[in-house]
Design a protein. Structure first.
Length: 418
């Protein structure tokens, strides 16, 4: 939820929202709704004060005055009841309008859309394509079976089999170990959440079209463990000595992939179901940008440890999600496609989600919302896609990255019999 006071008073704050291409007139409608709420609230407070005075006057009135005083108090009561009902409707309208207003883009974020991100750095070059692309290699090794998955579940599903399963488990264990050394506590969260949780995490209403819903149960399958992790401290005042709170969520994730018809249909680059290790932090407002730098550094450590060439991109304002004030994508060079493809991202939401969640920090003079941040530590499927291309050998075998060998129990896998 945005800060309405800052929207009213700070032109730069409003400009940050407008850079995300908010519908024309929406912010003015919200400000008008906010003014209506504040006017009605002042009217309600005034009537309540007058009602209190009227009640005291009834007690002090003479017998001749009492009936008139009671009648006047009754009129005030009816007026108050009507105005309170108007206030409730006005607050709901304001809440509805505010819920679809995105977090302002930070001033360090470039203008533009999907193709306007700013490359911060590139590491490792752009190697040529291997003999087999990731989809062909996964099929040749017997590791990825999309044919039977399509029969069982439809398109954009896959069976992961054989040594590839051990690679996945090795990735999870290694990444969780890396995160543990940086203070991230492992969590296996629920992957079904209520609508309220989706809203408070900042995913509804904007991303609702990408989410699977269980109509009979009022539950939604999450596309990232960031959603349930955000609810770990809902309506809590967190002691300053406990900050930052860092969590590593390990879960399956689900995404409808609406709007991607015909894209990435081979292999398992873009599936409806995938596994992920996610970083999530609750941080003090004064240190959240340092926390974002830490999350990005961990991502680079993981991708670099696997020997994958990558670049870091500062995502443009028009391509940011609703909740992010700033986001870095870490893109890996995919040789078979001759281009960089997103592998992980990390974002600073500032106080946007914490306002909805009621997650606060006590300071002199009251409480303030915490800042929340998130970042993908390892998108398992997409990481395997890259490893299938970078770790395959000319003879068709596969060499396990050195960092994973203590977790897989093997260093290589021979090519299948021809």
């Amino acid at each position: 939820m945005i800060d309405l006071r800052r929207l009213r008073e700070d032109p730069e704050y409003r400009r940050g929202i407008e850079r995300k291409h908010v519908a024309e007139g929406h912010l003015d409608d919200l400000l008008a709704a906010d003014q209506a709420v504040r006017d009605l609230r002042a009217g309600v407070d005034d009537l309540r004060a007058r009602q209190n005075v009227a009640s005291k006057e009834i007690g002090r009135a003479s017998a001749d005055e009492r009936a008139a005083k009671i009648a006047a108090a009754a009129t005030l009561k009816d007026e108050l009841k009507g105005l309170e009902a108007e206030l409730v409707m006005a607050e709901e309208r304001r809440r509805h309008l505010a819920s679809s207003v995105p977090n302002p883009a930070d001033t360090s974020v470039p203008d533009g859309g999907e193709d306007d991100g700013e490359e911060i750095r590139a590491v490792g070059g752009t190697p040529e394509a291997p003999r087999l692309d990731h989809a062909e290699f996964g099929e040749a090794m017997g590791w990825v079976d999309t044919e039977h998955a399509a029969e069982a579940s439809g398109t954009r599903f896959a069976y992961l089999r054989g040594e590839a399963v051990l690679l996945e488990l090795g990735l999870v264990n290694w990444v969780v170990q890396v995160l543990g050394a940086r203070g991230f506590s492992p969590v296996v969260p629920p992957v079904l959440v209520r609508e309220r949780t989706m809203e408070e995490a900042g995913f509804f209403p904007t991303d609702r079209h990408q989410v699977y819903e269980l109509d009979d149960d009022d539950l939604f399958l999450v596309g990232t463990s960031e959603v349930p992790l955000s609810a770990l401290h809902r309506d809590e005042i967190v002691p300053v000595d406990d900050l930052p709170l860092r969590y590593a969520g390990i879960s399956s994730c689900f995404r409808r992939e609406a709007g991607t018809y015909g894209k990435d249909t081979k292999g398992m680059f873009r599936l409806h179901q995938f596994d992920k290790v996610e970083m999530f932090s609750f941080a003090e407002p004064d240190s959240s940008w340092d926390e974002l730098d830490l999350i990005l550094a961990i991502q680079e450590e993981i991708v670099g440890g696997l020997g994958l060439p990558y670049r870091v991109v500062n995502i443009a304002a028009g391509d940011l999600g609703a909740a992010a004030a700033k986001k870095f994508d870490l893109e890996v060079w995919l040789p078979s496609e001759g281009r960089y493809r997103e592998l992980t991202s990390c974002s600073n939401y500032l106080d946007f989600s914490a306002r909805r969640l009621g997650t606060r920090l006590r300071r002199d003079g009251g409480t303030v919302p915490l800042h929340t941040l998130n970042g993908t530590a390892c998108a398992i499927g997409r990481t395997l896609v890259n490893l299938f291309e970078y770790c395959q050998q000319p003879d068709g075998s596969f060499v396990v990255p050195e960092v994973l060998r203590p977790f897989t129990g093997f260093a290589s896998v021979p090519a299948p019999p021809s």
